[in-house]
Design a protein around this ligand. Structure first.
Ligand code: HXC
Length: 515
């Protein structure tokens, strides 16, 4: 008869086997590529000793194409719960050593169970992705499993934060779940994302491209905007994920975690002179952000994408804030299609997860051009107005310099229900810049007279009226004009005032943001 010790020994043997994944040779091959195994990744990400696995014994149920010879307990994914900085998280990590981490019927079953539990418990979901895509041998079973994952990603959207960390070749269906999640982190040189690889592209379009150019970290962080962050290696990706999580609430019923307030930070007096008097001279909005928020607290999102806009998380006296801004150093802070998408998506994330928004405005307006018009700047720009208008979290704007025309309206103006709008003395709020305005208002006369002195006089007259914020402040469309060095203190007290803000939105199934 079996005794207890035998049963325990048997359990330990099973556990030993689980750690072997697809076998020693494939683990060596994974390491040789500079990649960690799924278990090593989980250990890197989680607080030590906190991870508890679910369903480690599940194996696939298929036999076609030799699958019956390739059964590994747990199949191609490891799922479970653990903690990061003492906070609960749900994690699924694809095991590339088992059939290339291919998405199988049971991989889908395991991840679905995890996500259902995470959603019910209000716990963030992190996916560590390293997969060749749908498991070809399983046909529709694999596709059905993917579909179930995509459905869950959609159901979880706006309820719990979802983070995708890309750690290998992610092809086909492997990119759509990340594409549905809130944040995508890629590892430089190790991760690739594409719907179809170079071979298929060559067959269909004749284009020749290598995987790095097609779907590497640079392509997705700079051009497509699919990746929000890039890490230099796997360890850096883990640390970045942990840091990102420190700014996020666990679910949409919570506030983001606060750190200790910094009471005695001296006002940054150099802010008072940071905006050049000459409107054609640029300055660095990052320097403004660094001086207003808690020291070194800014975590930029989409740092390499649409660099004319800046979005990211910062802390203000310990409280997490979503920061949206223009960057005058890049394209003078103009709003184009990519900047619109970048800002709108970030605003909506913050609103969904109770993170107040602070916006720094310095933009000459939307980028003119045939390319922008034909690619839908109207449709994309409308997303910013929509996102700010529907956001019910506390919203504060600071106009540092230009707020011309459309940029004035869409960048968190009072009219789309921003709670407080402050202007610096350098703020210029006008329908357009002085040169353009004078050409339109006095173009015919000036063409006839060709009088440069008169043109200059008219431009100065226009500037005098609109290049200072007092005209707008007198209308009540700006709440106050403040010295730049007062900004931090004013934002802290304005946010404190808004802490219990409650807004009722109209009853509807959902709005229809222009996508
Ligand atoms: C099952 C697969 C597989 C697949 C590769 N393998 N692709 N098994 N289904 N789709 C196996 C390999 O035979 C190998 O098995 C192991 O996984 C690792 O693959 P390698 O090719 O050795 O790895 P690597 O050299 O790193 O190349 C990775 C790769 C390449 C570039 C991703 O494997 C590749 O191009 N695979 C096909 C990608 C693809 O087209 N997937 C289907 C997408 S369609 P062994 O036994 O040697 O370890 C899709 C549909 C859903 O996903 C769409 C929803 C929107």
């Amino acid at each position: 008869m079996t005794d207890h010790q035998t049963l325990l020994d048997e359990l330990n043997q099973h556990r030993e086997q689980l750690n072997q994944g697809g076998g020693a040779a494939r683990i060596d091959a994974q390491h040789a590529k500079g990649k960690l195994t799924a278990r090593e990744r989980i250990a890197c990400l989680m607080d030590e000793g906190t991870f508890h696995e679910i369903d480690p014994y599940i194996t696939h149920r298929h036999s076609d194409f030799g699958l019956d010879q390739q059964q590994h307990p747990g199949d191609s994914v490891i799922v479970g719960f653990g903690k990061i900085d003492g906070r609960k998280v749900a994690v699924h990590a694809q095991d590339f050593t088992v059939l290339g981490g291919s998405f199988s019927e049971v991989q889908g079953q395991k991840v679905a169970k995890l996500m259902d539990m995470a959603l019910a418990s209000g716990v963030p979901v992190i996916g560590l992705n390293d997969s060749v895509g749908a498991r070809i041998q399983e046909g529709v079973y694999s596709l059905a499993a993917y579909s179930e994952l995509f459905w869950r990603n959609t159901q979880a959207s706006g309820v719990v934060p979802q983070i995708s960390v890309m750690l290998g070749p992610c092809a086909g269906g492997s990119v759509y779940s990340p594409g549905l999640t809130d944040f995508v982190i890629m590892t430089r040189g190790l991760s690739h994302m594409f719907i179809t690889g170079p071979d298929v592209i060559k067959t269909v379009t004749g284009e020749e491209v290598d995987v790095e150019t097609l779907g590497g970290a640079a392509a997705h962080s700079e051009k497509s905007g699919v990746a929000h962050f890039v890490a230099d290696d796997e360890d850096a990706a883990c640390q970045l994920t942990r840091r990102l999580l420190s700014y996020l609430p666990s679910n949409n019923a919570e506030s983001a975690p606060r750190t200790n307030p910094i009471e005695d930070l001296a006002p940054a007096l150099d802010l008072d002179r940071i905006v050049p008097i000459d409107p054609s001279e640029a300055y660095d909005m990052q320097a403004v952000i660094a001086r207003v928020f808690d020291p070194a607290s800014f975590l930029e999102v989409h740092a390499q994408f649409a660099r004319n806009a800046i979005v990211g998380f910062a802390r203000l006296n310990g409280e997490v804030i979503g920061v949206v801004a223009q960057q005058p150093l890049v394209l003078a802070g103009v709003i184009d299609i990519d900047a619109s998408d970048k800002m709108a998506r970030f605003i909506r994330f913050c609103d969904a997860f109770n993170i107040p928004l602070i916006t720094f405005v310095d933009s000459p307006g939307f980028l003119p051009g045939v390319d922008q018009e034909h690619n839908g700047i109207i449709r994309h720009g409308a997303k910013i107005v929509y996102a700010y208008s529907e956001a019910t979290v506390p919203k504060i704007a600071v106009i540092t310099r230009k707020a011309y025309g459309g940029a004035y309206i869409v960048m968190s103006s009072k009219h789309i229900r921003t709670d407080w709008v402050f202007a610096w003395p350098t703020a210029e709020i006008a329908v357009m810049g002085a040169e353009g305005a004078v050409s339109i208002l006095y173009g015919k006369e000036l063409k006839k007279s060709n009088d440069a002195a008169e043109r200059a006089r008219l431009e100065t007259e226009f500037r005098d009226k609109f290049s200072k914020p007092y005209y707008a402040a007198a209308s009540g469309h700006v709440d106050d004009v403040i010295a730049p060095s007062e900004t931090r203190a004013r934002l802290i007290s304005a946010l404190d005032f808004l802490r219990d803000k409650a807004v009722t939105s109209p009853a509807r199934k959902h709005g229809n943001i222009p996508l």
